[in-house]
Design a protein around this ligand. Structure first.
Ligand code: NAG
Ligand code: NAG
Ligand code: NAG
Ligand code: NAG
Ligand code: NAG
Ligand code: NAG
Length: 391
């Protein structure tokens, strides 16, 4: 082989730190997911749910009711029903959507969500998070990327694990967020049950201010260093995030960082299913309702029958992209999620559960398959040429 060819291929391969696996956007956004259907008594694995006042709808109904759509800007909109009135009823379940990815991510993955609006409002509980399927929860770990409730003004990042994972104390790790709690174990002594190891962000990261600033982007990198999450408000979103070659090492310190030195991610995290949902009331929103919505003079569940409380309860998303680190094994693998029956309730801050043992499935998106195939060919060529040249 002529050395010239080696010289032209090697820099290309070395520069490519990540490979795009899936880009959820536009009309194609909605298909690579399973939809949880029914109330919130159980989660997607059949364990105890969050008891939200919801009717999680299937994909066809959500589309027909315009709960899921693509707007004129080409952004994906996923909303809570904000047009159906109901009679006063403490158990009424408002129509909303919980979708969970057919594919899973593993160590060596980068997940980016760029959004211009996150659901907010009294009784509203949005979450963008990942769950390792496995019973009992959280035997395969959970990563909460976007989550807060009611009129809270700042996003909170968190992990939920079995015993053996913590976040370093404030100042002991290079991150910009504020440590709220350090122990990720769900039964940690001295923390509320299932509280997790919480890091709080600025007030541009959630609620009305997030939207007023044009939204922003959240990037989650899970690799051999641990789990890191960056948030950038619109004007600061790194330009390389929307390209095929994102470079987290140029983004500055993350907002939240759980290094492997204090969290054994290899042991405590399995392949993660990505979940995007909007709950209504339920454990978390009810528990802290008075903190930001006490002025309503009502209980959380009193709000559910009135659709006017849900005009801000929508996601507006430019894209969710998933990258795998070049050379990482098992990233963006096939998922058990596509085989899990969607009978249960939701998941989250409180109890995410398990249920029927996941059956191995397969759901390779063709775009991903061809991208990975191309990558394999390229790196194979580089390796062959290198050894040929250097021996
Ligand atoms: C709940 O959602 C299902 C679709 O999954 C729909 O058929 C049903 O009508 C909804 N219930 C109500 C009360 O709207
Ligand atoms: C559906 O919702 C989208 C997003 O809010 C909106 O742009 C569109 O006009 C709605 N379509 C209908 C038929 O109401
Ligand atoms: C309240 O709503 C639930 C679920 O939508 C329904 O099953 C129940 O009959 C309603 N109760 C009353 C008193 O309207
Ligand atoms: C946490 O404590 C609860 C209540 O004692 C128990 O049911 C559960 O199994 C514990 N979870 C773990 C992971 O230890
Ligand atoms: C993903 O899709 C969005 C929306 O079309 C686009 O702006 C972005 O560049 C895409 N990302 C990649 C890595 O191609
Ligand atoms: C924190 O991270 C930034 C960028 O990632 C780096 O420039 C800086 O030196 C780091 N600081 C410490 C104390 O490690």
């Amino acid at each position: 082989m002529p050395p010239l060819l080696v010289a032209s291929l090697v820099p290309l391969a070395l520069a490519q730190q990540f490979q795009l696996a899936l880009n959820y956007s536009g009309q194609g956004f909605f298909d690579p997911w399973n939809y949880k259907v029914g109330n919130d008594a159980h989660d997607i694995q059949g364990e105890k749910g969050n008891n939200g006042n919801v009717n999680f709808t299937d994909q066809a109904f959500a589309q027909q009711q315009n709960l899921t759509s693509v707007n004129a800007a080409g952004h994906v909109v996923i909303k809570v029903d904000d047009f159906t009135s109901a009679a006063p009823n403490g158990t009424y379940g408002r129509n909303t959507v919980l979708m969970y990815s057919k594919d899973t991510i593993s160590s060596g993955s980068l997940v980016i969500m760029d959004a211009v609006h996150i659901p907010f409002g009294c009784s509203v509980w949005p979450a963008f998070w990942t769950l390792g399927l496995g019973i009992p929860w959280p035997s395969k770990g959970e990563i909460d990327i976007i989550e807060n409730v009611n009129l809270a003004t700042n996003n909170q990042y968190s992990l939920h694990t079995l015993d053996g994972c913590s976040h370093p104390a404030q100042g002991q790790v290079n991150q910009t967020g504020n440590v709220i709690t350090t122990n990720c174990f769900v039964n940690a002594t001295g923390q509320a049950t299932n509280e997790g190891c919480l890091v709080a962000d600025s007030d541009l990261s959630f609620g009305a201010k997030f939207a007023q600033n044009g939204g922003g982007a959240f990037a989650t990198l899970w690799d051999e260093d641990g789990i890191q999450i960056w948030f950038f408000t619109r004007s600061l979103v790194p330009a390389d995030m929307a390209t095929g070659n994102p470079n987290p090492s140029a983004w500055g310190p993350p907002t939240a960082f759980w290094p492997v030195s204090t969290c054994n991610t290899a042991k405590l995290f399995g392949p993660q299913t990505i979940i995007l949902e909007t709950n209504v009331c339920g454990g978390f929103a009810v528990d802290v309702f008075s903190q930001t919505c006490g002025s309503t003079g009502k209980k959380c569940t009193d709000l559910v029958v009135d659709p006017s409380n849900y005009h801000d309860a929508y996601w507006e998303i430019k894209y969710i992209s998933v990258f795998t680190k070049a050379g990482a094994s098992g990233a963006a693998g096939s998922s058990a999620a596509s085989q899990v029956s969607s009978t249960g309730g939701s998941v989250s801050h409180t109890a995410l559960g398990a249920g029927p043992s996941p059956t191995p499935g397969q759901s390779a998106a063709s775009a991903r398959a061809s991208a990975l195939g191309l990558w394999t060919v390229l790196s194979g060529v580089v390796v062959v040429l290198l050894s040929f040249t250097w021996v």
